[in-house]
Ligand binder design. Structure first.
Ligand SMILES: [Zn+2]
Length: 433
């Protein structure tokens, strides 16, 4: 290919973008977005409450390690830690707002264009995502380190940029004489000394370095692919934030869209594409909150407090991270059901109750394409069991064979229940041997 072939391929591929077919189930995608968005919001509410409680604990010197008490050099970290949290919450709230589920109420084929998603929508969502990952990683980094020089570097670099264009009144409102003096001292440093001077230090200057450092401090997250997902999301969002060519071409194309219709009503391919991205962002946002930010805050509480005054807050935070992890894991999971062999194809309707609580009534023609949860997108796998048994003994407890004549486990006489539970216990002991 010569330079014109390349240019032509770019011209045709990026501007005449073909419609992406709706591959996954849109209703499930919308349910999952609504579910995780709510989980994200609840976690944020819990963080806000913990911040207030923490402020009360840290305002009492008797709770602090001697080196952080009033009058010490390091006491400055007490208001800084509070401010980091407050600023973080604003950034988190913005992503919560922008990752809310699409409202399809009152949308008809005539006005379905209100659901079209274009450059503005992508730009707003991805810019907020960029702020989120940037802010959550650098705040976690500072909370874990609590190092004066590292914090100075971070703040002075941004103050320095800010002051370049800030109007006089804005600078006057924000910079007191002390900050101005600190900034002047920083400006007198040579650029090459910014990351290592008598007042500043930065050992991990890139986003990826900070992520790796946090992983080494906090341990491998429940999802070991999270560090790479974060770095990829950072690069992806840079492309949008800096108005890269691909993102502009990709999302700015004004094309006539085909209209899809499901049980809720009509929607557009661009709605679905935007929702898919929104969901992937939500998953990563919740994972980093649970596996990086919250553990960093707990680490910070441990560093600052000398007694058990922060224990209740740390326990609340741990609980918050745990429920967020569970909520993430409950979406698009895979569940197994035991069914009586030979009952598939008969008029029997299988009640398949998902872990999320929703039941699919799977009847003839017993189409395997329907073996998924319409609420959370989890897929169902069926294991056919031969014979007349009523339950399968597993190390997690008894599983009733669907389609068998056996009653529900809880409807069995107590003695029968006990007998089966003993067998399960034995299976569990065997499994752990
Ligand atoms: Zn489900």
């Amino acid at each position: 290919m010569n330079e014109f072939d390349i240019l032509k391929s770019i011209g045709s591929n990026l501007t005449d973008r073909k419609s992406v077919a709706a591959l996954s189930n849109f209703a499930v995608l919308c349910n999952n977005i609504a579910f995780l968005n709510l989980a994200f919001l609840k976690a944020l509410e819990s963080l806000r409450k913990c911040r207030t409680d923490l402020q009360a604990v840290l305002s009492d010197d008797s709770n602090l390690h001697a080196k952080y008490q009033s009058g010490t050099d390091l006491h400055a970290f007490i208001p800084i830690v509070d401010c980091l949290q407050r600023n973080g919450h604003s950034v988190f709230q913005k992503l919560v707002d922008l990752s809310s589920p699409v409202d399809r109420e009152g949308v008809t084929v005539a006005n379905v264009s209100v659901l079209a998603r274009g450059f503005d929508d992508y730009n707003t969502l991805v810019t907020a995502t960029r702020q989120y990952v940037d802010s959550i990683v650098s705040d976690s980094y500072q909370l874990v380190l609590l190092n004066p020089k590292a914090l100075n570097y971070h703040v002075l670099v941004s103050l320095n940029s800010f002051s370049k264009f800030a109007t006089k009144s804005l600078a006057h409102a924000l910079f007191n004489a002390d900050v101005q003096a600190a900034l002047t001292e920083f400006e007198n440093l040579k650029f090459k000394d910014w990351a290592k001077s008598s007042i500043t230090e930065c050992k991990h200057n890139t986003f990826a370095n900070k992520v790796d450092f946090l992983m080494s401090e906090l341990g491998t997250p429940p999802d070991p692919t999270l560090p790479d997902a974060l770095k990829n999301l950072f690069k992806f969002s840079s492309e949008f934030t800096h108005i890269g060519y691909v993102s502009t071409f990709f999302t700015a194309t004004a094309e006539k869209e085909v209209v899809f219709v499901d049980d809720t009503g009509p929607y557009l391919p661009s709605t679905e594409n935007h929702c898919e991205l929104q969901y992937e962002i939500l998953v990563t946002a919740c994972k980093v909150l649970a596996a990086v930010y919250i553990p960093s805050l707990i680490r910070c509480i441990d560093t600052l407090t000398a007694n058990a005054s922060g224990d209740v807050i740390s326990a609340t935070l741990r609980h918050c991270a745990h429920s967020l992890q569970n909520d993430i894991a409950s979406r698009n999971a895979e569940y197994y059901f035991f069914v009586k062999s030979g009952s598939i194809g008969t008029p029997f309707v299988f009640p398949l109750t998902c872990m999320c609580g929703s039941t699919r009534h799977w009847g003839r023609p017993h189409d395997s394409a329907e073996l998924f949860c319409e609420s959370c997108g989890s897929s169902f796998k069926l294991m056919q069991v031969e014979g007349d048994g009523g339950y399968v003994i597993t190390s997690n407890g008894p599983a009733r064979i669907i389609g068998s004549d056996a009653p529900e486990f809880q409807d069995l006489p107590a003695s029968e229940q006990e007998k089966i539970l003993k067998q399960c216990e034995a299976a569990s002991n065997n499994a752990s041997k």
